[in-house]
Design a protein around this ligand. Sequence first.
Ligand SMILES: Cc1cc2nc3c(=O)[nH]c(=O)nc-3n(C[C@H](O)[C@H](O)[C@H](O)COP(=O)(O)OP(=O)(O)OC[C@H]3O[C@@H](n4cnc5c(N)ncnc54)[C@H](O)[C@@H]3O)c2cc1C
Length: 462
Amino acid sequence: MTIAPSELQTELAAIVGAEHVLVEPDVIAGFCTDWTGRFVGHSPAVVRPGSTAQVAAIVAWCRRAGVALVVQGGNTGLSGGAVPLRDEVVCSLRRLTTIGEVDRTSGQVTAGAGVTIADLQGRAASAGWAYGVDFASRDSATVGGSIATNAGGLRVLRYGDTRAQVVGIEAVLGTGDVVSHLSGLTKDNTGYHLPSLLCGSEGTLGVITAARLRLVPEESERVVALLAFDDVAAALVAVGSLRSGLPSLSAAELFFDEGVALVCRVFGLRAPFSEPHRAYVLVEATGASDPSDALSSAVDSLRGVTDAAVATDAVRAAQLWRYREAHTEAIATVGTPHKLDVTLPPGALADFVAAVPAVVEGACPGAQTWLFGHAGDGNVHVNVTGASAEDDRIDESVLRLAAGMGGSISAEHGIGVAKARWLSLCRSPAEIAAFRSIKRALDPDGVLNPSVLFPPEDEAIS
Ligand SMILES: Cc1cc2nc3c(=O)[nH]c(=O)nc-3n(C[C@H](O)[C@H](O)[C@H](O)COP(=O)(O)OP(=O)(O)OC[C@H]3O[C@@H](n4cnc5c(N)ncnc54)[C@H](O)[C@@H]3O)c2cc1C
């Protein structure tokens, strides 16, 4: 960037007001470090637009001035894509917090990019609806960030990922043009579906400013069970049986003995059972009527369940969920983790789980592997602590293992900067060339998230 910092500040302040251009290093430090602490960048300024028009003016000015932007929502992303690793200006969307009224007929709502997932869920609930996407960072993660990463989370097997919820979008493209299609028509075959394109684009094509989102019926009855297994393969077979035999299944989460022990130690929780077990599956069933009987008869038919705890009230359900949801925070207390979020074909998941620790040990002796995930979608989070942030031998080994077993190197966190080098493990040269063509068309000067998704040519693995 050749522009002087004072000029940059003046130009941005002219668009958003001086109070919304942050430059003090201690004030902007939190915007420059990712949630894990693995990716730490530097920025001359954080600009906080309050409207779509201001976002458009920022992008247009950045194009003219040759200034790169990193787009940021709640900064809970786990692939390093929201922090300025090459001195970009941070464009924070957190001021765009308007939520419209829920359309009770269509079951849709329009929300600003800076609305948190928790606030969106609250607005939906107040109208008797629910938002189908949920995950542990709901209090900070935003609508814009969750669309940009196509977030998955806990209920994908029931409602699909974020892409399945987005029926319309408003965004400022890298050209500076505003595209806005928020009418929310369920059937609308009028050309390319820009919401699908922007969903999962990780801020590389446009800055999402608002979205029209589909809601799902609120299901008032809920039962949660924690099932213990001494064999991982048996746990995964059980998940398959539950998926086919329990229509009210809304979540099936997998975790292991070392993760539960860590969560209990860090948060002072009692162990779920008197004896530890190798694998745990947390199962949730929801419906308009009580799904308890259906869940217990489905569980009775499973093989390999060595212990079980069932919660029919909200307090006990939250206690059981905590064993799973607290994994990410508990692991962060051990050290800065390498976070590798992969999907495997269902038939390969147990072999992958068995193989990963040795692969990590081979790449970085002494490093510790933590596994947990969304078993219903074949998604395992491989977290590794005890390795330096720069050491990417672990990333290389684990991502190659997943891809070699027919999996994907990113299930739901996106490629970001963390996995850009390995994009070619899952995408062909023709696909990456098509991605680049789209990028050039919508962001011709490479203003938006220039380090995200695409590897620098000389760093890409072959
Ligand atoms: C404890 C914890 C649990 C988590 N659990 C899950 C989980 O179960 N499933 C899951 O999928 N993720 C999970 N995540 C990851 C993260 O919360 C999600 O990826 C979330 O969608 C990121 O939202 P954000 O607003 O924080 O985005 P950010 O972190 O700010 O940004 C993420 C990416 O989106 C881009 N971006 C942000 N806002 C916009 C915008 N308005 N327009 C264009 N691009 C934008 C950024 O440039 C960046 O590339 C978890 C994270 C934590 C810390």
